[in-house]
Ligand binder design. Structure first.
Ligand SMILES: [Fe+2]
Length: 235
């Protein structure tokens, strides 16, 4: 499995707090059989100091990962705004492993006009980037199948969180997630691990087993083939 969304770099966002905590979760990654992990710290705007700290801590963690046979890549989870293209063109905010793929999130409780969201995504695509929308099931105002269909139609890639697939997630999120799956609207499942008891890498393995039983080959596309494709520079 390849995980394209994680908060395992220590002391840079609401994910892992310390190097020790990150190392503990590297061991978990190894145990559950994940081979490659993209580190995607939250980024809202241009913050050079934060970006420097991300780079430094990433290098430290990458060495630890190498020792354990895990490949770490760098990316960011970018807060959606009209300024995304400018931020990316500054080349400080990271695309996924230096590809043209970017991971984008919305504010959880914001209720923007869906048509204008689509327009901004179109501009991002026209600028040469391939946006991946992180966990659409978590935004209560946008839990509409037709909205996701429209996003996919213009080329937005849909990533859901592994925890949303599991019965332990809140009922409304669980139901909507399985509706997305049933309609084949999910491109990628990722851990969105925050290195906590609730959001970790084990959930990715649990979700894979559950969806492999239910959907067979479609599970391999969502957990292996598509995540692999978006971390490759040549795509
Ligand atoms: Fe995240």
């Amino acid at each position: 499995m390849i995980d394209i969304h994680s908060h395992i770099i220590f002391d840079v966002d609401d994910g892992s707090k310390t190097l020790e905590q990150s190392i503990k979760y590297l061991e978990e990654i190894k145990k559950v059989g994940i081979k490659k992990v993209v580190c995607t710290p939250h980024i809202k705007n241009q913050n050079d100091e934060k970006l420097r700290k991300i780079d430094i801590n990433y290098k430290i963690l990458k060495e630890e990962a190498n020792k354990r046979g895990i490949e770490l890549y760098l990316g960011n989870e970018i807060m959606y705004s009209e300024k995304i293209i400018t931020l990316l063109n500054n080349e400080n905010i990271h695309t996924l492993n230096n590809t043209k793929y970017i991971l984008v999130e919305f504010k959880r409780n914001e209720n923007m006009d869906e048509e204008s969201i689509i327009t901004i995504f179109e501009k991002i695509i026209d600028a040469g980037y391939n946006p991946i929308l992180a966990h659409p099931e978590l935004y209560r105002h946008y839990r509409h199948i037709d909205f996701v269909e429209k996003l996919r139609a213009i080329g937005v890639i849909i990533q859901i969180d592994a925890t949303s697939v599991l019965a332990s997630s809140p009922f409304n999120i669980y139901i909507y997630t399985h509706k997305l799956l049933k309609n084949c609207l999910v491109d990628i499942v990722a851990s969105d691990s925050h290195c906590t008891r609730k959001r970790n890498f084990k959930s990715l393995s649990k979700a894979y087993k559950k969806l492999k039983r239910k959907y067979g080959d479609y599970a391999d596309i969502m957990f292996k083939e598509n995540p692999e494709a978006v971390t490759k520079k040549s795509v």
